[in-house]
Design a protein around this ligand. Structure first.
Ligand code: ATP
Ligand code: MG
Ligand code: MG
Length: 280
């Protein structure tokens, strides 16, 4: 079969996105399975895409977390590629399609892992900017790994050269981004709120097929109440989504860790005081 970078033997195709095709491969030196993300050949002549592709590897290698897909290697022999941890399972998009509605406990178990991954990235000054179920992988034992930091930006004090393009899906776009503003920690929180809504109800809060109409809904349609779709969602859990999906970023959670704490408290109000002690 085909090889990339000499040592990676391509086995099968795992998936693709706007920018890349991802293969399952065998690392012939370390004798283990890996995922090889290759830049689409038609984009290889475009400097902007090549830069963005490399930036992905750079931003993720500074992170090390059980809920973030690890990067092993990058290269540009044969094609531009990033070698990463292979996750055997499915994307959260497929998971929602196949298993929705999942129990509240299961949904919360998944959300906690997503939040811990993004909390780790934020602590390291990295905003994901493309959180959506297609970029969240889940294995058989419901261990979650966030991937595709492709348009992630380091925000720690650095000047951001900002080139905004609606690369991903409009369904996870925060109101401030819909207005053309830059992505921040708060827009990641908004996207997590949409994923949480979708996972709990099996529905998007702002559905639609045209990106423009969806963006307009993020800007001005009131958020539907998750409990109207599913009555067994606890009020305190609905409140977490209301705060994460606040239109005005100043009404939203400031930190993803505040969201995490509210979720824990929502599920176990008696232990709220104890949890606060642990987290502080
Ligand atoms: P986007 O259009 O969202 O920017 P992309 O082109 O950057 O996507 P990825 O999201 O990184 O590409 O990967 C595309 C798909 O490949 C994923 O949705 C998933 O199905 C699969 N995939 C990616 N990484 C892995 C991995 N480490 N293990 C298993 N499957 C993976
Ligand atoms: Mg992707
Ligand atoms: Mg991407």
């Amino acid at each position: 079969g085909k090889r990339v970078g000499g040592r990676y033997q391509i086995i099968s195709r795992l998936g693709e996105g706007g920018m890349a095709i991802v293969y399952k491969a065998k690392d012939l030196i370390l004798d283990r399975f890996v995922a090889v993300k290759t830049l689409r050949p038609e984009l290889a002549d475009d400097e902007e895409f090549v830069r963005r592709f490399h930036r992905e590897a750079e931003s993720v290698t500074s992170l090390s977390h059980p809920n973030i897909v690890a990067i092993y290697d990058i290269g540009e022999e044969d094609c531009y590629y990033i070698v990463m941890e292979y996750v055997e399972g499915m994307t959260l998009k497929e998971f929602i399609r196949d298993y929705s509605p999942v129990s509240i406990d299961e949904a919360i178990h998944i959300m906690k892992q997503i939040i811990l991954a993004i909390a780790h990235a934020h602590e390291h000054g990295i905003v994901h900017r493309d959180i959506k179920p297609q970029n969240i992988l889940i294995d058989e034992s419901e261990h979650v790994k966030v991937t595709d930091f492709g348009i992630a930006l380091a925000v720690s004090g650095a000047t951001i050269t900002y080139t905004h393009s609606i690369m991903g899906s409009a369904h996870y776009l925060s109101p401030e981004q819909a207005k053309g503003g830059k992505a921040t920690v708060k827009s990641d929180i908004y996207a997590i709120g949409i994923v949480m809504f979708e996972l709990l109800t099996g529905k998007l809060p702002f559905p639609g097929t045209s990106p423009v109409s969806v963006a307009l809904k993020h800007l001005s349609s009131p958020m539907p109440y998750p409990r109207d779709f599913r009555a067994d969602i606890p009020q305190a859990v609905e409140n977490v989504m209301i705060r994460a999906l606040a239109k005005d970023p100043s009404d939203r959670y400031n930190h993803v860790t505040d969201m995490y704490q509210d979720i824990l408290t929502a599920l176990n109000p008696e232990r709220a005081h104890e949890l606060r002690l642990i987290l502080n």
